[in-house]
Design a protein around this ligand. Sequence first.
Ligand SMILES: Nc1nc2c(ncn2[C@@H]2O[C@H](COP(=O)(O)OP(=O)(O)OP(=O)(O)O)[C@@H](O)[C@H]2O)c(=O)[nH]1
Ligand SMILES: [Mg+2]
Length: 615
Amino acid sequence: MQTHANPSIRNLAIIAHVDHGKTTLVDALLKQSQVFRANQQVGELIMDTNPLERERGITILAKNASITYQGVKINIIDTPGHADFSGEVERIMNMADGCLLLVDAVDGPMPQTTYVLKTALSQGVTPMVVINKIDRPEARVAEVVSLVQDLFLELATKPEQLDFPVLYTSARHGYAAGDPDATPEDMQPLFEAILKYVPPPTGDPDAPLQMLVAALDYDNYLGQVAIGRVFRGTIRLGDQVALLGVDGQISYHKLERVFVFRGLDRVEVEEARAGDIVAVTGVENVSIGVTIAAPEGAEALPTIQIDEPTVKMTFGVNNSPFMGKEGTHSTSRVLHERLINELRTNVSLRVETTDVTDVFLVSGRGELHLSILVETMRREGFEFQVSKPEPVTKVVDGKVHEPYEQLHITTRDEYIGALTEYLSGRLAQLVDMRYDDSGNVNLEYHIPTRGLIGFTAFFLRTTRGNGMQSSVFTGYRPMEGNIKLANTGVLVAWSPGVAVTYGLLNAQARGDTIIEPGTPVYEGMIVGMHRREGDIPINVCKEKKLTNMRSSTADITRRLNATVRMSLDEALDFIAADELVEVTPQSFRMRKKQLSTHARSRQRANTARGQASAV
Ligand SMILES: Nc1nc2c(ncn2[C@@H]2O[C@H](COP(=O)(O)OP(=O)(O)OP(=O)(O)O)[C@@H](O)[C@H]2O)c(=O)[nH]1
Ligand SMILES: [Mg+2]
C-alpha cells in the first residue's frame, strides 16, 4: 500500500472539546496561507457559515476547506466540539489520515476531548496535539501536557500512538511553536509539523474507483452534491459509476461534475486521484455512508459507524387553534418528508412513525441536537409541535437501561450549594471535585441523561454565566430511582381571546406570567408558571367590569410584573410530559396536549379515582 502514497496531499481533521479554538485555528491557517486577497475582509470563525452557528458561536456541522503549503495540499476538516454533534466527528473521521487534537491551555482535556480522541484512535488516525490559547494569562501549559499524556495512556490502542508531537499555539493571535518557551511568530511551525507527522494518503490511483460519501450538500444550481474521500482509483468527469447503498442496493449514475477543495471554494476539475477529498454531482438519491465505485466488480467500503441516539421527542402536525396562521401549515406527509430528508445528512438522527399518524418520534444525541433541528425547520417556514425531550431507554436482560453521562462543571464556589441540591435530586453522583489556582471549582458527576434534561437552563440562571458545563454520553446502566421534579404547575388559559392587563394581573396573583397584554391566546395555552403544585386554569382575557367604577387605591397601583421571557430551548426544557411546544416561524407557544379545561379536569378526576380504588 505504502508504494501508492500520494505525497502532495494531507488529510487532516481538527478535533477538540467545545470552544477550545478549532474554528479559530482554521481561520489562522487560512489567513496565513493567503487564501484571501490582500484587501479582503474575512472576519472571524470563517468556517462557521450557517446562520445558527454564527448566532450561537458554535460549530454544528463539520466542513471542508483546503490550503496549500510548499506545494502540498492540506485538506482540513473542521468539526464541532459540542457532544450533541459528536455524530459529525464520527461521520468525517474516515476522510482523515491525521488529526489535530486541540486542548485549551487553561481548561485541559475535557469530556469531549476524550470522546473525539477515542474516535480518532479507533479509526487509526495519526494524532498531533496542539495546546491552544497559550496567550491566556492563566495558561498552565506543562500541567495540561501531562494531563494529555495521561489521556493517551488511557486510550491508545497501539504503542506508536503514544508517540505524538505537541505544538503550542495561539489561534487567536495566529502563532504556533514547537517549544513552549520559544518566541513564536506565525503558524509556520504548525504547517511544518503537519507535513512531517500526518501521513500522506494511500490508495492505488489505477485500481477501480472507490469513494465513501461522508457529507452531502445541496446547491440550487447543481443539485445534490456528494462529498467524500477517494480511497482507490481515479474519479473522472463523465464516468459511469455504481452507487452501493448501505442496504446492498445498487444503482448506476453518470458523474456530471467533479470538484476539489481550494481554500474555502470548490473548484471544478477533470479528475481527482486516490487520497483526495472531492465533491461530485450527478449521483441521485445518495446518502451518507454509501460507496461510489467503478461499475465492474463494484465493492462497498465499510460504512460509517455512528453511536446510537440518547434523547428523543415527538414532532407532530400542529393542531392548535392557531394552526396555519403564522407558518405554512404542513400535513403529516410534508412533515414526514422533511424529517426523512434530514436523515440523509444528519447521521446521528433517527425518525420513526408512531401509532398516531401525524406524530413522529425523532431521536438524537442530546437536547441541543434536537432543538437545532426545531430551529432550522421553523426558519424554513414549517410549523409543528414538539414534546418534551426524554432519554432513549432500552431493555437489556429484561431490565430497563437508560443513558448516563459524565457531567463536567467549572464554576465559582458560591454556586456549589444550589448546583449540588439540584443535581442530587436528579440522581447525580459526585465523582471528583477540585479547586484550581484561579479559585474555580471543577466538579465531575455521573448522571442519568433524564436528570440532565433541563439542566442547561438551570445552570445559566443559577451561575449567571459564571461557569461552564458540558457532558458526554458514557453508556447505558440499569434505570434506578426517581427524579424529584419541581412541584410547580402552570397557569393555563381558560378561554380564547386576547390577554389583557387586568386578566394578567389576576394571573400574577398565582405566579409569574410569560405573555404580554395583547397576546392572542387559546384555551389550553400555557400563560404562566404556577407557584404551587398543580395547574390552574385562568382567564387572562377577562376585562375589569365597567360597573365597578370606583376602584380602590390598591387596585390602581397594582402594576403588572415583568413578563418572564423564555428561549425556545428553555421552553423545551420547561414543559411537562402532558404538554407541547407549538413552533411556528414567528413564535412559539407552550400548550397542554389536551386543550379542553373540562376534559383535563375529567382526566384528573379519573386518575384520582383510579388511584383511590387501587389502594
Ligand atoms: N485567548 C485565546 N482565545 C482563543 C484562542 N483560540 C480561540 N479562542 C477563543 O475561544 C472561543 C472559541 O473559539 P472557536 O474557534 O469557536 O472554538 P471551537 O473549538 O471551534 O468551538 P466549537 O466549534 O463550538 O466546538 C472564541 O471566543 C475564540 O476567540 C486563543 O488562541 N487564545
Ligand atoms: Mg468551531
